[in-house]
Design a protein around this ligand. Structure first.
Ligand SMILES: [Ca+2]
Length: 542
């Protein structure tokens, strides 16, 4: 979730507010001027929409542009920047931005946002605009830090906005504005988001299947309650009340190196990468310090015990019901980054479930509290019935990093398999929904970049179903996998590798450069998730 849980600085929020105020006064001045033609950008300010008000509409010239600090200026084509406030309920205050390029490709791309939302996801808008899409994003109905859920306290309508209504309303209103501006509707509509943004994509497919022709759901937080509950449980395990973290970044690095040493070659290639960490049977207990060993090179029994629990699924202690899968080996570099107890998870229980800002996370009872949270949950997007989306020829691409330290990868496998079961077969599911597991990728990014939007567009518009994507390998990091929006400067890639549609995995052909995708093939691999606490016997799910 972290991409998303990076806090939006106060300065940036202030600058956004300042921008909106400036834009509002500019719009007031323009109201005095002669009325521009109906298709002009500024004229959109007078457009009337149900339960929505356009706050500003202004033309932005091609060139360097920043939507607000701390984002650096970046080259953009000429576009019309529209801000609007949507009020589907009396308590709603959903802010959206819609950017309309002068040179339009005829398509609309909506962006999701991670964590608890609270800001317009500008990096996604910029990237879509550069490709010629009309594109929009929303703060999901409130302003604030993406890790903070305070907005939810005593505001059930705002929780609804965050859960599903803001993205849907943004989409409906954006399509109306697009039609008014260009004089014709969008030809195709896509959605792209990761983390909570990935969940928003799945929610759209499940609840509003006609909104989009294609959806990209990255590392989706689909089981919102399971995820937050497991995060909280792991956090409390790692930080007993009043104590320091048992596992920190240094232990994460140490364990990661040991995982690579033990499991790298399982995929037939010693390249520092564990292609399928589901079959890696690493145990942190193997690193417990022996007599005379330097403490930086090994673990205390307590550290090893916590680490090995991180790998295990979190289950209801009463009946063994799965609450959420454990983290996969190779995710360790991100373990120490998570602030604990993880504020987003605490926020779910304080502000959504209990409605009590003083609820003490150390009173968390895995059995009682998770059951209570699930009873009232409207945020999760776990409905496996995607038949309405399939029937309207929608296409869904889901991806998930195999080294994700925030949302364990197997959550995506479990959801995908639930759809396969509901659809009575992998073939029927693959016809419109494909899952891509990315080796080495952390939460939403890292290890390999792939052009998910192009893959979706090729599938929807040209009927070319993605069997494998070309992954561009990012330079190795010696620390946690990167988080946050992609850098303004394009990275220098160090190689390519195929990223295969599940259940296939990329296997080395035995000859050729390990840096070239040509030396690999997508080959059949087992379906499903690790069975219990290992040693990692893959359960057949089909
Ligand atoms: Ca390897």
């Amino acid at each position: 979730m972290l991409e998303t849980f990076r806090s939006v600085s106060t300065a940036r929020r202030h600058s956004v507010i300042a921008f909106v105020m400036l834009a509002m006064s500019a719009a007031a001045v323009q109201a005095q001027a002669p009325k521009p033609p109906p298709s002009s950008c500024e004229a959109l300010a007078t457009l009337t929409l149900p339960n929505a008000k356009i706050v500003s509409a202004e033309a932005v010239a091609a060139g360097d542009f920043s939507p607000g600090a701390p984002l650096p200026p970046i080259k953009v084509p000429a576009f019309c920047r529209v801000s609007a406030t949507l009020t589907p309920s009396a308590d709603s205050d959903i802010q959206i931005e819609l950017w309309l390029p002068t040179a339009w490709n005829g398509k609309y791309l909506a962006n999701g946002i991670g964590g608890w939302g609270g800001a317009i996801p500008y990096p996604g808008l910029i990237s879509a605009l550069q490709r010629g899409y009309a594109t929009s994003g929303t703060d999901t109905g409130h302003r604030g830090n993406m890790g903070a859920a305070e907005f939810a306290l005593d505001h059930p309508e705002k929780v609804k906005d965050f859960a599903f209504r803001a993205i849907h309303e943004m989409t409906v209103q954006s399509k109306s504005i697009i039609k008014a501006f260009y004089g014709r509707p969008d030809r195709l509509a896509y959605f792209s988001g990761c983390s909570a943004g990935g969940k928003q994509g799945l929610m759209e497919v499940q609840k509003y299947p006609t909104d989009f022709d294609g959806v990209i759901a990255g590392a989706p937080a689909a089981d919102w309650i399971g995820l937050n509950s497991a995060s909280l449980y792991d956090s409390l395990l790692n930080i007993p009340k009043g104590q320091k973290p048992i596992i920190g970044p240094a232990q994460g690095q140490l364990i990661h190196q040991a995982v690579i040493a033990e499991c790298d070659k399982l995929d037939g290639l010693a390249d520092g990468e564990v292609a399928d960490p589901r079959v890696c049977g690493f145990k942190a207990s193997s690193l417990i310090c022996r007599a005379g060993q330097s403490p930086e090179t090994c673990l205390t029994p307590e550290q090893a015990a916590v680490a090995d629990k991180f790998y295990q699924a979190v289950r209801d202690p009463k009946d063994g019901t799965l609450i959420f899968p454990g983290m996969l080996p190779s995710s360790e570099q991100g373990w120490g980054m998570v602030p604990v107890p993880m504020p987003p998870a605490v926020g779910e229980y304080q502000f959504v479930v209990r409605g009590d800002a003083h609820w003490d996370p150390y009173t968390f009872d895995l059995s009682r509290d998770v059951a209570e949270a699930r009873r009232t949950d409207i945020i999760s997007a776990l409905n496996p019935d995607l038949s309405a989306f399939a029937a309207r020829h929608g296409k869904l691409i889901q991806y998930h990093g195999l080294s994700d330290p925030i949302i364990p990868t197997e959550a995506s496998i479990n959801y995908y398999e639930s759809v396969v079961a509901q659809q009575h077969g992998l073939d029927k599911t693959e016809a419109y929904y494909r899952l891509f597991l990315v080796p080495g990728m952390g939460h939403c990014m890292g290890a390999y970049d792939a052009d998910w939007i192009d893959a979706l567009d090729q599938w929807v518009e040209h009927g070319k179903a993605p069997q494998e994507l070309l992954g561009h390998r990012l330079p190795p990091t010696n620390g946690p996998p990167p988080m946050g929006p992609p850098p303004a400067v394009a990275p220098v890639y160090t190689g390519t590798r195929p990223i295969c549609a599940y259940p296939a995995m990329a296997k080395y052909n035995g000859v050729g450069s390990a840096d070239s995708a040509n030396s690999f093939s997508c080959r059949p691999a087992p379906r499903g998730v690790r069975d219990g606490d290992g040693p990692v016997k893959l359960k057949s799910t089909g």
